[in-house]
Design a protein around this ligand. Sequence first.
Ligand SMILES: *[C@@H]1O[C@H](CO)[C@@H](O)[C@H](O)[C@H]1NC(C)=O
Ligand SMILES: *[C@@H]1O[C@H](CO)[C@@H](O)[C@H](O)[C@H]1NC(C)=O
Ligand SMILES: *[C@@H]1O[C@H](CO)[C@@H](O)[C@H](O)[C@H]1NC(C)=O
Ligand SMILES: *[C@@H]1O[C@H](CO)[C@@H](O)[C@H](O)[C@H]1NC(C)=O
Ligand SMILES: *[C@@H]1O[C@H](CO)[C@@H](O)[C@H](O)[C@H]1NC(C)=O
Length: 342
Amino acid sequence: MDVQLRSRSIRVTKYQVTMVVIFIFVTSAVLSYGSWWNLMNKVPDKMSTHLSNFMKNKPTYKQDELERVLDSASMGNKTVMLSVLNRAYANKDGMFDLFLESFRNGKNTSHLLNHLLIICFDQIAYDRCISLHPHCYKVFVEGNDFSKELLFMSKGYLNMLWRKTSFLIEILKKDYSFFFTDMDILWFRNPLEMLKGNKYDDIQFSCDSYTGHPYDLKNGANIGFYLIRSNNKTIALFEKLYGMRNHTGGKKQQDLLRDFKFQGVFKQLGLKIRYLDPLYIAGFCSNPGTFNQVMTMHANCCRTIKAKLEDLRLFLDKWKRFSNNTIADPIFPPHKACLHSW
Ligand SMILES: *[C@@H]1O[C@H](CO)[C@@H](O)[C@H](O)[C@H]1NC(C)=O
Ligand SMILES: *[C@@H]1O[C@H](CO)[C@@H](O)[C@H](O)[C@H]1NC(C)=O
Ligand SMILES: *[C@@H]1O[C@H](CO)[C@@H](O)[C@H](O)[C@H]1NC(C)=O
Ligand SMILES: *[C@@H]1O[C@H](CO)[C@@H](O)[C@H](O)[C@H]1NC(C)=O
Ligand SMILES: *[C@@H]1O[C@H](CO)[C@@H](O)[C@H](O)[C@H]1NC(C)=O
């Protein structure tokens, strides 16, 4: 009995020794891996760059976080889709949800979500974005609270728009072209095929008013939806616009761009600007078409989020029934809430 006990206790001790040895081995392995990892990350020196390039077999080049998200959302030709999100659009059953729902119920649109980078203006928007979407990027904003509902043309709203513009310049300078879409736009069909033929256009704008001629400067652009190619002309235009930020005379960016157009700035820069037919790229300001042709619908000419949500919801629900042949009537529902939001 006594002997048995002792031998068992000796066996236990051996077991413990073995465990301690394993523990020390594992811990030291983890610690040395950790410091190796820290070294790789903290010291952006030539050694770690060369090493990781050697491993990836790529030319020497260090990507920053923005380049990484652009690269992962890219269509393969340095083109992405961009939209912006702040807290006011991020709540459940809010604008962001509706926007995503439209892509999932559109014709040939759901795969576009793989190329959509959402630029988030606050932490709540960012948290919500990463819970629903693969490509989110948080823009650091100093001393500004973009979290509240920003009423159209309020000071906070305008600040956010200028921050957005400086960020878009950064993207163009990284040689990325992009489709910009406001989030209060429903995507019913995929406009990329239609737009990509227009290879020589520097910018393609959606319209609040359309004369019927794509290159007519009398068309009224809406900057809620456009495709812009990265080149020195488009960068020069956006920089000129951004340079006006303290001297807007109370005008919004869309109106400043219109002034540029009439002052001959587009011409001086050699920009080729196409305006998109609202039959396809429509908005509440101008929607001559029906569900038979429409590709995107923008809740513009509308003041509050509540009204936009109400009217866009009616559009999306009718579209779902139309596109699965439950109903044949292609006429758009009215947008009464927006009409009464002013
Ligand atoms: C869907 O859209 C992609 C471009 O985003 C295009 O290449 C493809 O041909 C489209 N497919 C159909 C069936 O229209
Ligand atoms: C990149 O490819 C997409 C999809 O085919 C196309 O719509 C877009 O215009 C292309 N971008 C450029 C800059 O050519
Ligand atoms: C853009 O670059 C081309 C040559 O690369 C140059 O001829 C042209 O003047 C530049 N335009 C602007 C607006 O800088
Ligand atoms: C605009 O005002 C800000 C802050 O007052 C200043 O930092 C900036 O340089 C000004 N920019 C221009 C183009 O006047
Ligand atoms: C068509 O879509 C509507 C709305 O989502 C749905 O209620 C209906 O069941 C669908 N009908 C068919 C035949 O799929």
